[in-house]
Design a protein around this ligand. Sequence first.
Ligand SMILES: [Zn+2]
Length: 325
Amino acid sequence: MSKEIKKLDKNIFELKCSAFKGEGYTLWKLRKNWELITGNIIAEKSEPKNLYMRELTINVHDPVIHHSIVSYSSIIMKKINEFFQGNVVEKVEVRKINRNSRRNILDLSKQEKTGNTLKIIETAEKKNSLQEKELELSNEEKEKIKENIDKIDKKYENFAVRLKEIAENNRKREKYLLSSGFIQCSECGKIFYPGGNEKICFNCYDRKESGKIEAMAKLLTEMPLIGERDAVRRTGTDAYTYYKVRDMLAQRVYSDLFYFCMEKNLQIQGNEEWRDEIRKETIVDFEIYVKNYIDLKIGTDNMEIFSKEKKKLLKKLNNDRRFKK
Ligand SMILES: [Zn+2]
């Protein structure tokens, strides 16, 4: 009993670790693309510090930029999720880190110890508390804000307006496309133009197809003599996939076989002394390749069909060899 609980515990632990690893990767990718996502002005003065359970912590080194990031954190979050094409961030915390002021660093570490971190989440009241905090800034910093705030606020205003425009245009575009023959993919929600009466987009189709191919390839490798109907039923695919995968697998063996023959010919030519030994060895391996090829290509235990197919194969090998020379 306790053994099972331990096992369960371990599973949960591993699950947590893998989830954490995933977010670690996302964070790393986010840092790499921070400038692309937020623009150079924000990126220069801030960094994505932590991502845990879809909560992103952004450290900001500049009080002016801090103000802008707090104001536009929902836009930044949206841009991040668009970049990753998924819901990787659901909440953003913006922390003001003052690198130059020793006092602030001490304050921060003290507050972190008591669990009361400098969490600033975008809310309606935030502006007031932010102004209070800015009162604590040095005169030099206040000057800097005065100098820069108009300029930067305008820049971010444009940034926000532009993003809004893009979002609105996208919605308009989607509406227009949907009214003119495009449809929404029932799998991923993307809008696409259907060639026939398909319900899913090309990407989703491709993903499903490769799943089908994988399943069929696994089955045929394990049971090369299986017939079409049985294979289709077992993999939940179709006859087209069955023959396509047979061709693909046989082609793979064929190219191995072809290079095997080329290599052995070279060995035999360069080795007068061991010629017969090599030839004997080669014949055994050659027959294995041939059986493998025919198994995958047509999957028959009928000797007559097998030897017909083998003749075809030898002819093809000779033709290809001549062509290669
Ligand atoms: Zn799709």
